[in-house]
Ligand binder design. Structure first.
Ligand code: MLT
Length: 328
């Protein structure tokens, strides 16, 4: 009996020491660089947001935030990778609407966005823009619409794969205009933009975080923004909705995630760093130049992101399924 009591006491002491050790490790977090995984190509819209935030988060966390671009399958390769990473706060994911739309686009997704992650925060909202190569034979949206309808069999539409917002925007555009174009997928819209500038693709729907410099330099044809209202960064640009695509709206939101099981104090520490980054003057300046808006306070908590993600899955699921675009 005594032996049994001694054994139980020793086991309890060991568990307490372990829990204390974990708490100490968490209190010290982070003690080494943190990897923020970006699902699309370097230099593109998601990468720009991640690097801008990562730099500012480094100041607040006292450890470097390293950006790792893990490409493939419209962002789902990166999300699957992070869902399987150690839940210790050293591997995080930034992803956009694709976190929600992929659940409808893929028959077999290798992770569940609602059960395989911890939610940290949203970050910024980014409008999209409809572009064509510089020598595309349409100088405004009415000409664009007429030309695309009469030449749809010959027109290429670039995107970053199923799950990318460029694909979502292109798909919505095809539906709104009643056309079917040839989809050309890339590993991100950075290489898609290179192809547009080189004339290898005809049309690209892409985020202002990459397109504003190209639009301002006149290196592409630009037909309008995808938001409900005009945007501050391009005040003279009409929306697609006001030019005849009734109710057309695609706005890109960004969430930051950790693998399921990452301890709450670690999630809270990263959340504080994201919030601090979103108040950093360098971040605010850069985001404003690129047309991105800081997400409202209600979306900056773990619960705010989780609720939003669920609502987006419910919103896009039926729309995507009605279109019949799927991958295995
Ligand atoms: C990117 O960073 O390349 C884009 O966010 C891809 C996309 O269109 O979703």
């Amino acid at each position: 009996m005594n032996m049994r009591r001694n054994f139980l006491a020793a086991a309890l002491a060991a568990t307490t020491a372990l829990a204390g050790g974990n708490a100490l490790a968490q209190a010290a977090y982070p003690t080494k660089p943190i990897t923020l995984v970006v699902p699309f190509a370097a230099g593109g819209p998601t990468d720009v947001v991640a690097r801008t935030l990562g730099q500012a988060m480094t100041k607040s966390l006292g450890q470097t935030v390293i950006i790792e671009n893990k490409l493939g399958a419209g962002g789902t390769v990166a999300a699957a990778y992070v869902s399987r990473a150690a839940p210790d706060g050293y591997t995080l994911l930034i992803n956009h609407n694709g976190m929600a739309t992929s659940t409808a686009l893929y028959r077999k997704l290798p992770y569940n966005p609602l059960t395989d992650f911890e939610y940290i925060s949203q970050a910024v909202d980014v409008p999209m823009t409809l572009l064509a190569r510089k020598d595309f034979p349409a100088n405004n949206f009415q000409e664009f619409s007429a030309y695309v309808k009469s030449h749809q069999a010959t027109i290429n539409l670039g995107n970053a794969g199923l799950g990318a917002v460029s694909q979502l925007c292109g798909m919505m555009l095809e539906r709104a205009m009643g056309v079917k174009l040839t989809s050309v997928p890339f590993s991100g819209t950075a290489p898609a933009m290179t192809a547009l500038l080189g004339g290898q693709i005809d049309i690209l729907c892409d985020q202002t975080t990459q397109t504003i410099p190209q639009i301002k330099d006149g290196r592409v044809k630009f037909y309008g923004v995808t938001t409900r209202n005009r945007i501050k960064a391009l005040p003279d640009a009409p929306t697609l909705a006001e030019q005849g695509l009734k109710d057309f709206e695609v706005l890109v939101w960004h969430g930051i995630y950790a693998p399921k099981g990452t301890p709450k104090p670690v999630i809270d520490r990263v959340n504080v760093a994201v919030r601090a980054a979103l108040k950093d003057p360098d971040v605010l300046k850069r985001m404003a130049e690129l047309g991105a808006e800081i997400a409202p306070d209600s979306k900056l908590s773990p619960e705010g992101l989780q609720t939003w993600l669920k609502a987006e899955i419910d919103r896009w699921g039926p729309i995507i399924k009605a279109g019949g675009t799927f991958a295995d």
